[in-house]
Design a protein. Structure first.
Length: 152
């Protein structure tokens, strides 16, 4: 059985309203087992609006805060583990969006994590023929975690 490792970097002053580390680890393990059958490692960085805005400007040329960014690496370490890449999620944006969308922060954060993991795996919703497929995988993974369709 594949071993999936999620390294979490908490770069926020308070972990207000966010799911705990154990739950986030569980979500990542369930999702990675569904999409990959090899040992993997992912880094998740949870940041504030200022940091994600800086990262978004630096790497995407967009001077605004966003909810999630993914940086695929797709390297393999000496043990054969796939170093899948990095995901950055903004705590404040995630909380604001969950309120606006009338969803629990737990469900919304799970969806952002899944979305980021799928980007690391090579999915791209900006390509028309991949958008529907990516969305369906997100829906299926959310249901596997016990949450509803994030697009409803």
């Amino acid at each position: 059985m594949p071993d999936h490792q999620l390294d979490i970097q908490w770069c926020v002053s308070e972990r207000t309203q966010l799911p705990d580390q154990g739950l986030i680890q569980y979500w990542a393990n369930v999702c990675l087992k569904e999409i990959l059958d090899r040992d993997t490692e992912v880094c998740l960085r949870i940041v504030d609006e200022s940091e994600i805005q800086t990262i978004n400007l630096t790497y995407r040329g967009k001077n605004e805060a966003t909810n999630v960014l993914s940086f695929p690496a797709d390297n393999v370490d000496e043990s054969g583990r796939i170093l899948l890449g990095d995901i950055v999620i903004c705590q404040e944006v995630a909380i604001k969006e969950s309120i606006i969308q009338e969803k629990s922060i737990e469900a919304h954060f799970a969806h952002l994590l899944i979305h980021g993991l799928l980007h690391l795996h090579g999915h791209d919703h900006s390509v028309d023929d991949q958008a529907d497929e990516m969305e369906q995988i997100e829906i299926d993974l959310m249901e596997n975690l016990g949450y509803g369709n994030p697009y409803e």
